[in-house]
Write a protein that binds this ligand. Structure first.
Ligand SMILES: O=C(O)CCC(=O)C(=O)O
Ligand SMILES: [Fe+2]
Length: 351
C-alpha cells in the first residue's frame, strides 16, 4: 500500500487504498456534496428532445437559465458512443507505463496526462485523461495500438465528424433563440456557405478511477470550458455537477444515449453575456469508475475573432467583451484561469 506522502502516479490511482494527502481536498459541507444526492431541491438541467417543434425556445431558455442542458434525439448513433467509450476504457485499463507512452509533451495540449487545469489548484485531481487536439493522436495510437491503429483512428475521425455536425446544428438553433441566424455572424456564414470545416475542436477522454474517499477527493475541479460549447458523453455513472447560484451543486444524472451540452466562455462572449458559461466539476465514486468523453468545440478555424454578435448589442446592452480568437483566449485562460472573461471585458461608461 503506498504511503501517504508517496509521489503517486495518476495512471494507478484506482489501485490506491488510501487517499494521499496531495489528493485530499478541504471541502465545506455545501461543497462536498456527492452524486446522486445533489442540491437540497432536487432539480436538474433540462433534457431537450432535438426533434421537438419548440426546440429553439427550449434551448434558449436552458442556455439563459443554466448554461447547460441534455439532448435526446441528437442523431449520433448509440454504437458510435459505445465505440468511443470502449476505446477510452481500453486505453485507461492499460498499465501506467503504456499510457505514459502517449504522455503530452511539456508544451503540447495533446496526449495523456492530468487535467490541464491542475496548474491552478493546490491539490491533485482524481482523474487521468487523453486529449486529442490535433493529428498527433495518430502517432500515439500507432505506438499504443499497433494492431488496432486503423480501427481506433477511424472511431475518433467518425466521432469528430458527428460532433462537428451536431455542434453546428446546435449553434444555428441557439442563435435562433437570440433572434439571429448564422448569416449575422461573418465566420459562421462563411463556414456554412463554403461547407468548410468548422475548425477547431478538442476531444478529451476523461477517466475517474474508483476512490477510497470520494467525499474528500475531486475528479475535476470547478471550471468553465473555454470553447464555444462542449458536448459531453458520460458513461452510465454519474459524477458531473453544474453550479447554479440559487441551488449550489446540481448533479447531472446520466441518461442512456443522452448527451450533455455546456455553454463555454466563447459562447458567453458571443451572446454578450446573455448565456452563462456554466461552472461545472466532476466528483468520483468509491465503487465504480467513470468515463466521460468531452468534445470541446472552439468554433471557426484559423485566426478568426469571436465577438458579441452586433445585432444583439445595442444601447440597452452595451458590448461587454472585446473580440478574441480561441487560441488567444486559451492563452489568457491559462494565465489567469477564472479571471479570463474579466481580462477581455470592455469597460463601458455607466450612462
Ligand atoms: O467528466 C465530466 O463529467 C466533465 C468533464 C469536463 O468538464 C471537461 O472535460 O471539461
Ligand atoms: Fe469542462
Amino acid at each position: 500500500m503506498p504511503s501517504i506522502n508517496e509521489d503517486v502516479s495518476i495512471g494507478n490511482l484506482g489501485s490506491l487504498q488510501t487517499l494521499p494527502d496531495s489528493f485530499t481536498w478541504k471541502l465545506t459541507a455545501a461543497d462536498s456534496i456527492l452524486p446522486p444526492s445533489s442540491a437540497a431541491v432536487k432539480e436538474s438541467i433540462p433534457v431537450i428532445d432535438l426533434s421537438d417543434p419548440d426546440v429553439t425556445n427550449l434551448l434558449g431558455n436552458a442556455c439563459k437559465t443554466w448554461g447547460a442542458f441534455q439532448i435526446a434525439n441528437h442523431g449520433v448513433s448509440q454504437s458510435l458512443l459505445d465505440d468511443v467509450e470502449s476505446l477510452s476504457k481500453t486505453f485507461f485499463d492499460m498499465p501506467s507505463e503504456r499510457k505514459l507512452e502517449a504522455a503530452s509533451s511539456n508544451k503540447g495540449v495533446s496526449g495523456y496526462g492530468e487535467p490541464r487545469i491542475s496548474l491552478f489548484f493546490e491539490k491533485k485531481m482524481w482523474s487521468e485523461g487523453l486529449t486529442i487536439a490535433d493529428g498527433s493522436y495518430r502517432n500515439q495510437f500507432l505506438t499504443i495500438w499497433p494492431r488496432d491503429y486503423t480501427k481506433y483512428c477511424g472511431i475518433i475521425e467518425e466521432y469528430k465528424g458527428e460532433m462537428e455536425k451536431l455542434a453546428s446544428r446546435l449553434l444555428s438553433c441557439i442563435l435562433g433563440s437570440l433572434g439571429v441566424t448564422v448569416d449575422d455572424i461573418e465566420w459562421a456564414k462563411k463556414t456554412e456557405k463554403s461547407e468548410s470545416k468548422m475548425g477547431q475542436s478538442v476531444i478529451r477522454l476523461n477517466h475517474y478511477p474508483v476512490c477510497p474517499e470520494p467525499e474528500r477527493a475531486m475528479g475535476l475541479a470547478a471550471h468553465t470550458d473555454s470553447c464555444l460549447l462542449t458536448i459531453l458523453h458520460q458513461s452510465n455513472m454519474g459524477g458531473l455537477q453544474v453550479f447554479k447560484e440559487e441551488s449550489g451543486w446540481v448533479t447531472v444524472e446520466p441518461i442512456p444515449g443522452v448527451l450533455v451540452v455546456n455553454i463555454g466562455d466563447l459562447f458567453h462572449i458571443l451572446s454578450n453575456g446573455k448565456f452563462p458559461s456554466v461552472v461545472h466539476r466532476a466528483r468520483v465514486n468509491r465503487t465504480k469508475s467513470r468515463i466521460s468523453i468531452a468534445y470541446l468545440w472552439g468554433g471557426p478555424a484559423g485566426e478568426v475573432e469571436i465577438s458579441p454578435i452586433s445585432k444583439i448589442v445595442g444601447p440597452v446592452g452595451p458590448c461587454l467583451y472585446r473580440p478574441v480568437t480561441w487560441s488567444e483566449y486559451l492563452r489568457i485562460k491559462f494565465e489567469v484561469f477564472d479571471k479570463a472573461l474579466d481580462a477581455i471585458g470592455v469597460v463601458n461608461p455607466t450612462n
